[in-house]
Design a protein around this ligand. Structure first.
Ligand code: IMP
Length: 192
């Protein structure tokens, strides 16, 4: 079966394709000719994920899932959260965001943080949500070159290396997105 993953982030597409059975063909926004920007105007991960899956369903007619992820830092009251991609400004790079975070946590002892992913699925007329959480800590400096985003400074709980020091399979087993996708896959396997 075919389903659209409402993203063009190649890292995420690869991560998710690796976690889905091969009989589920994942199409990206580029694959369906959706080149317009879908503005994420909600204040929650659930709201923004739903905006994306709704857009594809209503304008292109495909069943679809979309994810939205935030890094929630305890001492920052859950920031950057839903604003993780734009933490250091609208045009911020991953490096800009990481540097802003390290500066915000300079001298701070409590390094607890978590990644939270919400997947919005629109399938056969039904709207569902799946959540995945990965608890961990923000390191004091960057380590590793794999992954993307905040991976070089996020160390998952129970591990002695950052996400950026893990390969995709290892990260996928414990990551927020991996856990949310696992729930999604279980649902798809039972309802397709
Ligand atoms: P998105 O809503 O899933 O695109 O995620 C928003 C932002 O969170 C991204 O731009 C990244 O900065 C960050 N992010 C999301 N997932 C990850 C991850 O697995 N590792 C590191 N950073 C991530």
């Amino acid at each position: 079966m075919k389903i659209v993953f409402a993203t063009n982030n190649k890292h995420k597409v690869k991560e998710i394709k690796d976690l889905l059975p091969s009989n589920i063909k994942v199409l990206t926004l580029d694959d369906i000719g959706c080149f317009e920007e879908i503005e994420e105007t909600e204040k929650t991960l659930e709201g923004n994920a739903k905006i994306k899956s709704d857009h594809v369903k209503h304008n292109y007619g495909f069943d679809c899932f979309a994810d939205d992820t935030g890094l929630e830092v305890e001492v920052l009251n859950g920031a950057p959260g839903v604003y993780s991609a734009r933490y250091a400004g609208e045009k911020a790079t991953f490096e800009d965001n990481v540097q802003k975070l390290l500066t915000a946590l300079k001298g701070v002892q409590n390094r607890k943080a978590r990644f939270r992913t919400v997947i919005s699925l629109y399938l056969n007329g039904k709207q569902l949500f799946f959540e995945g959480i990965c608890d961990g800590f923000i390191e004091k400096s960057v380590s590793g070159t794999k992954g993307f985003g905040y991976d070089p400074v996020f160390r998952p709980k129970g591990f002695d290396k950052t996400f950026a020091e893990m390969d995709l399979n290892e990260k996928g087993l414990i990551s927020h997105r991996g856990l949310a996708v696992k729930k999604l896959v279980e649902y798809l396997n039972n309802h397709l």
